[in-house]
Design a protein. Structure first.
Length: 482
């Protein structure tokens, strides 16, 4: 039977409702057993509920999560199947394609070479890659690393689904090296994985070593990233997951065969969440890079007009009053999706991976899990708030503008709420978490596309509820009792 594949390009996102039965394998993963604590019991239960909910709604066969606080991995757990056909479970040690999270890994190599005086971020690219054709304007490693150089991204699904083996980094550059720049460097931010392929050639030129060898010896080995490797298709790699995608009818299919040898630095590594957390830890001290170097990696770059891009050198960065509050990256691959976030001020790192194209591993789920482990006592419901069961008409706003309307139907009690949100665009959310206390009632919901939303009601009266919502954006919400 022929079935059209919605994930064939892995560039579109189909919001399809499907129910699988993901299996929590916490009790089976030796790493997970060794790295949990009763202190985080409520946070772990909360995180499991989120992961199971998004897996169920998205149909993702397998996911894995790791959380690290203060230099220690406090939780690591696999969910579902690494191999659906043979019923091989996901363990904490299962390796997933991490996509563009390969960029911050590669950025560490850039930083090391800068420290050694072998790489000048502001020198023309040809200083280190003489074979790269000169363009209308000179481009630098700093501009390329910040997606400001004007190098193009994938030209459609054919390139993203490349099955060709490229034997060297320089050979992989032939895909785009003769193309003109999209704009004058610095004019605007334009995301480009090919730019990071070029940076891997810069690393080779500056170090005098092959890129993968340099990464292994200078980045992975020193900080104990033993489960991270290049995704060679012809190699036997223990605990590597199978890769999946979704069809238009919701069926889970094997993802197309791809060979990522053209983009090791831009999106070609496989890893585990625990290894990514270890990588995050290395940036909270000087185990890998000097603090000054990390600060440079985490300084958001700006366009020629002075507009901040929110992106440093291989890292997406959030800054508040001059302080880096978050640094991380997302990653999308054929048959793999990753969310990776660090919170330097709290010494926390979280990584979530899935073995399906467009799996729900980023956005709010990363933030909610991180916050739960940073404040585990706040996750457990006291059940002491007022009873707000009933039906409400809700208006969500962002700024001063109305963005959506919904009917909120709540049942149960302050100790165990359940319910639905029926939006005016025909989307339906179900409540997957509720916590009631004297000062607020909090809900987390999930829709059929595995999108999470948080609702916090802080003003509760006989006539209705007022509070805030958070999802891909954030704003206020006002609900009137019906």
């Amino acid at each position: 039977m022929n079935r059209k594949k919605s994930g064939a390009s892995a560039l579109t996102f189909a919001l399809i409702l499907i129910v699988l039965s993901p299996i929590s394998l916490y009790a089976q993963g030796t790493l997970a057993r060794a790295q949990t604590s009763t202190r985080y019991a409520a946070a772990i239960e909360f995180a499991r509920d989120l992961v199971n909910a998004v897996m169920e709604e998205s149909g993702t066969p397998g996911m894995s999560v790791a959380v690290g606080i203060d230099g220690r991995i406090v939780w690591a757990e696999g969910f579902g199947w690494a191999d659906v056909e043979n019923k091989v479970p996901v363990w904490a040690e299962t390796k997933f394609r991490i996509g563009s999270v390969s960029k911050p890994l590669t950025a560490a190599a850039v930083g090391l070479l800068v420290e050694q005086g072998k790489l000048d971020l502001d020198a023309p690219i040809q200083t280190y890659v003489p074979s790269f054709p000169e363009k209308r304007w000179p481009i630098t490693t700093r501009q390329v690393a910040g997606h400001l150089a004007g190098i193009r991204h994938y030209a459609g699904s054919a390139e993203f689904l490349s099955a060709k083996r490229y034997e060297t980094v320089l050979e992989g550059l032939t895909i785009f090296e003769d193309d003109t720049l999209l704009f004058q460097p610095g004019e605007r931010f334009s995301y480009s994985s090919y730019g990071w392929n070029l940076i891997s050639a810069v690393i080779e030129g500056a170090s005098g070593e092959e890129f993968l060898s340099y990464m292994q010896k200078n980045v992975f080995d020193p900080i104990g990233m033993t489960q991270t490797a290049a995704d060679y298709t012809d190699s036997i790699i223990p605990h590597r997951t199978r890769f999946y995608e979704r069809a238009d009818d919701g069926m889970v299919l094997n993802a197309p065969y791809v060979d990522n040898s053209y983009k090791w630095a831009g999106g070609g590594f496989i890893s585990t969440p625990s290894d990514l957390v270890r990588f995050g830890f290395a940036h909270f001290g000087e185990d890998l890079l000097a603090s000054e170097t990390i600060a440079e990696m985490w300084t958001p770059q700006s366009t020629n007009a002075g507009q901040s891009t929110g992106y440093g050198i291989g890292w997406a960065v959030a800054v508040d009053d001059g302080v880096v509050t978050q640094a991380g990256h997302g990653g999308g691959s054929v048959g793999g999706t990753t969310g990776f976030q660090t919170r330097p001020q709290q010494q926390a790192a979280v990584a979530i991976v899935g073995n399906m194209s467009q799996a729900p591993t980023g956005g709010l789920i990363v933030a909610l899990i991180t916050e739960a482990f940073l404040n585990p006592d706040a996750v457990a419901s006291a059940g002491t708030g007022p009873d707000i069961t009933g039906d409400y008409e809700c208006v969500a706003v962002a700024g001063m503008e109305e963005v959506a309307r919904a009917t909120l139907s709540l049942r149960g009690s302050p100790t165990n709420y359940w319910g639905r949100l029926f939006w005016n665009n025909d989307t339906v959310d179900r409540v997957i978490y509720a916590a009631s206390s004297s000062d607020q009632t909090r809900f987390v919901t999930v829709d059929g596309g595995a999108n999470l939303m948080e609702l916090r009601f802080t003003e509760i009266g006989e006539d209705g509820l007022q509070g805030a919502w958070r999802s891909r954006g954030r704003g206020g919400v006002n609900c009137s009792r019906q």
